[in-house]
Design a protein around this ligand. Structure first.
Ligand code: ADP
Ligand code: MG
Length: 569
């Protein structure tokens, strides 16, 4: 009964079984793992590995709750390097299904097998087997109808299982993972150790070509992995795969760090694609938080947040796409159509339904992208309502929100000049003939202490002038003096409060300065100014959205126009 209760926590759905079994295989040092799924995993899940196997004499023990070979003493809990350590998975699965384990150590002449049916163990019998372990789980939740009733459709459950396999393949590119739905092989990762190869197998070729490598180390924290270019933003968070020492975890803080790094590059409501592994001392992370082992706690989590965000920034900054992309028409690509096994063989890999919901689901690849080369052929037609710039392009008519577009350019420049590490330069500044005194209140004056250095580098020269007043003798180039009080209110107001991360601070300050120095929505502009702006925009990564995530460019494609006028294309 205790096992069945524990199963409720550990084994929520078929995908949980897949996760636990794959983790056991990885813990056993396997270099090849195959996962077979039938009937959405309820009918059958079979995981076969070539790991070190179990001696016949320990097979029965493996099914005992709290029996684990991965801990010897309590102290080991603070240096866990394996996925498993609670000794609960096999016992829990066997409490709610019919489980057969077949295993052979490489050094043994023969293998052994043991079946456990909803908690009732049979006898260990000798059996022929290759070195490694096969665990077969049939009739999941046969004795817990309530749980069974909560399962979604077979297809959905199968997809959830596949997602687990995909994530394992991305997390361990050195292991060859295969997944079968029924007789169909739907996924195979090459196992050569290269994360881009793994990503190609899991996410498809199109996405793999748009990945930026991440590599960053600070102190004893190392961050590695790949980020999707801003253009492959996703509609869901499914493609944000976060690992800590190789373990797939859900950690809101670190997810926010990754998403924060993309701020201003992708539209609000969309999410980046990223596979990030954070390596740190085993003693700096507590993995024993929840029975599913998906939550972790860090010692000094701020350090981890900063490391991840800096790593992502670095990767994204190096990206510098050679043009802007105008995404109005967002084409959808079904991953399945494009997934090719690396060895060139295609086995049932076409566009099976299971494939579609994989990590690369809903790739927002736009089919109407304008690149830098096109920008040369842009022809500025004029300004409308003192708000919009009308530009003729080879693909159609582009409408720019003049404020948002300019703001984005300035924002990218400021961020770039501020985030290049300790030797970072400063943004251009302009001195005031007569310093201005601004009464801002004691809270804001206190804010100067928190972000004084950042503001100095942004181009401000500020000093406290008594308890509640600030003396300002220089401002970022182009700041409108009439907006200075509002700007200072914003930048000083962003500091303090909830121990804000430096990364977030930089973003906010840069966004505020950009906003108050950019051409206003409603100001007339000269065509020289516009020409400059178009060239700059073409050189700004992620130019399609302003720092606040609003779109800055709209494209009425030739096709849209023809359609609207009911003309044949
Ligand atoms: P845990 O992984 O937390 O130790 P499990 O219930 O998942 O607990 O597994 C119990 C034990 O069974 C493991 O500690 C390990 O010794 C053994 N075991 C399970 N799966 C495998 C496998 N695929 N290869 C070798 N040993 C395994
Ligand atoms: Mg385990």
């Amino acid at each position: 009964m205790a096992n069945a209760i524990a199963a409720g926590e550990v084994i929520e759905r078929p995908a949980s079984v897949v996760k636990e079994l794959i983790e056991n295989s990885l813990d056993a040092g396997a270099s090849r793992i195959s996962v077979e799924i039938d009937g959405g995993g309820s009918r059958l899940i079979r995981v076969t590995d070539n790991g070190r196997g179990m001696p016949a004499g320990e097979l029965a023990l493996a099914f005992q709750r709290h029996a684990t070979s991965k801990l010897r003493e309590v102290g080991d809990l603070s240096r866990i390097s394996t996925f498993g350590f609670r000794g609960e998975a096999l016992a829990s699965i066997a409490a709610v299904a019919v489980v057969t384990a077949l295993s052979r150590e490489a050094t043994s002449l023969a293998g052994a097998s043991l079946s456990v049916s909803t908690g009732e163990g049979g006898n260990v019998v000798p059996a022929a087997a290759p070195p490694g372990t096969t665990v077969e789980v049939r009739d999941l939740f046969r004795n817990t109808p309530a749980r069974r009733a909560f399962l979604r459709s077979e297809r959905t459950e199968a997809r959830a299982c596949l997602r687990v396999v995909s994530e394992a393949a991305l997390g361990r590119p050195d292991v060859r993972l295969e997944a079968f739905l029924g007789a169909r092989r739907v996924l195979v990762s090459p196992g050569g150790g290269d994360i881009v190869d793994a990503a190609r197998a899991v996410l498809g070729r199109a996405v793999a070509e748009q990945l930026l490598p991440v590599a960053w180390a600070v102190g004893n924290i190392a961050v590695s992995g790949v980020l999707g270019a801003p253009g492959v933003a996703q509609a869901s968070r499914n493609s944000l795969v976060l690992m800590v020492n190789g373990r797939r975890v859900h950690q809101r803080g670190l997810l926010a760090a990754v998403e924060g790094a993309y701020r201003g590059m992708i539209e609000v409501g969309r999410h980046p694609l990223a596979v990030i592994d954070v390596r740190c001392a085993l003693s700096d992370v507590d993995v024993n938080v929840h029975p599913t082992k998906r939550e972790v706690r860090f010692r000094e989590d701020g350090r981890f947040f900063d490391a991840v965000q800096r790593a992502c920034w670095g990767a994204l900054r190096n990206a510098r796409p050679a043009g802007i992309e105008l995404a109005v028409e967002v084409g959808r690509l079904e991953v399945g159509a494009d997934v090719q096994p690396p060895d060139g063989r295609v086995e049932g890999m076409s566009s099976g339904p299971a494939q579609i919901d994989l990590l690369g689901e809903q790739l927002g690849l736009n089919d109407d992208a304008l690149r830098l080369a096109d920008a040369v052929n842009w022809r500025y037609l004029g300004q409308a309502h003192n708000r919009y710039l009308v530009v003729e392009t080879e693909r159609g008519i582009a409408l720019l929100d003049q404020h948002a577009a300019h703001e984005k350019i300035l924002y990218a420049r400021i961020v770039e000049s501020l985030t290049d590490g300790p030797e970072a330069g400063t943004a251009p500044s302009q001195g005031l003939l007569t310093p201005t005194l601004l009464e801002v209140g004691p809270l804001m004056v206190a804010g100067l202490v928190d972000c004084g250095e950042l503001l100095r580098r942004t181009g401000f020269d500020l000093e406290a002038f008594g308890e509640a007043t600030i003396r300002c003798s220089a401002v970022p180039m182009g700041t409108r003096l009439s907006e200075l009080p509002a700007l200072l209110g914003e930048v000083l107001g962003t500091s303090g409060g909830d121990r804000e991360r430096p990364a977030t601070q930089t973003h906010k300050v840069a966004a505020s300065v950009a906003c108050h120095t950019a051409i206003r929505f409603g100001d007339p502009v000269t065509s020289e100014e516009v020409t400059r702006l178009l060239i700059d925009l073409a050189n700004t990564p992620g130019g399609i959205t302003c720092p606040h995530g609003r779109p800055s460019v709209l494209l009425l494609s030739e096709r849209d126009l023809l359609g609207a006028f009911r003309r044949r294309p």
